[in-house]
Design a protein around this ligand. Structure first.
Ligand SMILES: [Zn+2]
Length: 308
């Protein structure tokens, strides 16, 4: 009852019936949701979809062994990501923040896309030949979707392998390992590590002519707003899609947490793939529980109705 009430208030009268219905208060939560956990039913919807938006979060990366530096035990040295991934932390101590990002880049380069990434990429390639589209809208900054072969990717939180000059604003792809000589062997995560204290002139610098400005990772930090051009594209995709998947995200980081519910408010089917239910599960028509690397290859495999 309470969930239905909250949902109605925030999303207005366009809610799908599954959410708007008010079951008896004594029903257990799982009964209230009225979503389908039946893979066969998802596959029927999937077989008819022309434009599929797939929203992905940290759970997909975690299955490749990418640490998030959030939550219990998620520390780098003695800091959480929230202490390092801010404009203030970077201006106070750019050497420390670059050590943190250097570590994340090096760890990410040592990992590989998993079965979930490949299932999404393969689905995009296959459906494009049928005049159907798949777009990935990801909160992940590790580029694993692209490495798996996905072409249509919107990275709403930026990319670990891009830099932005804080002087001229130039954004460039950068896959160097290490990103600069002074960071070689630096960035170890254990709390006993002494700080590298690299002089700012020896940190990554802009190579545009006559600039030489300090570079920062081109990721969205805590307290920063998302890129408006990317958000505009995301809105377009969310308005156009006729099936939405919400994969490996706990749906607590905004605004991404509202993307799925926003689509559901148009009565478009939304399927959540996660190891657990989330605060947003009640909005969705399908909830498929399990590791994404197990469920997505089944969910996105060629359907018998596909002729190409
Ligand atoms: Zn520059």
């Amino acid at each position: 009852m309470l969930l239905s009430h909250v949902a109605s208030r925030s999303l207005g009268p366009r809610l799908p019936d599954a959410v708007r219905a008010s079951p008896p208060a004594s029903w257990p939560l799982v009964e209230m949701l009225r979503h389908s956990s039946d893979m066969g039913k998802f596959r029927q919807v999937f077989s008819k979809a022309k434009h599929i938006a797939i929203i992905t979060g940290a759970g997909v990366s975690a299955e490749s062994g990418i640490p998030t530096f959030r939550g219990a035990g998620g520390l780098w040295r003695r800091w959480k990501a929230q202490d390092l991934a801010t404009p203030e932390a970077f201006s106070r101590n750019p050497s420390r923040v670059w050590e943190f990002y250097h570590h994340r880049r090096e760890v990410t380069l040592s990992k590989s896309p998993n079965a979930a990434h490949y299932a999404i990429a393969e689905c995009e390639a296959r459906l494009s030949k049928q005049g159907r589209s798949v777009v990935v809208i990801t909160q992940n900054v590790d580029e694993l979707h692209r490495r798996a072969g996905s072409k249509n990717v919107l990275e709403i939180h930026g990319n670990l392998f891009k830099t932005r000059c804080i002087s001229c604003g130039s954004v460039k792809a950068n896959h160097k390992s290490p990103i600069c000589p002074s960071l070689l062997g630096k960035g170890a995560p254990d709390p006993e590590t002494s700080e590298a204290q690299i002089p700012v002139n020896d940190l990554p610098r802009c190579e545009d002519s006559d600039c030489d400005g300090l570079l920062r990772p081109d990721v969205i930090w805590f307290g920063e707003t998302l890129d408006s051009n990317v958000l505009t594209q995301v809105e377009k995709e969310l308005d156009m899609c006729d099936l939405c998947l919400v994969v490996g995200t706990s749906s607590v980081v905004y605004p991404a947490a509202m993307f799925g519910p926003q689509v559901a408010s148009r009565r478009v089917p939304v399927a959540e793939f996660n190891t657990n239910t989330t605060p947003k599960t009640t909005y969705f028509t399908h909830h498929i529980q399990g590791q994404c690397g197990t469920t997505l290859p089944l969910a996105l495999a060629r359907h018998e109705s596909e002729v190409i």
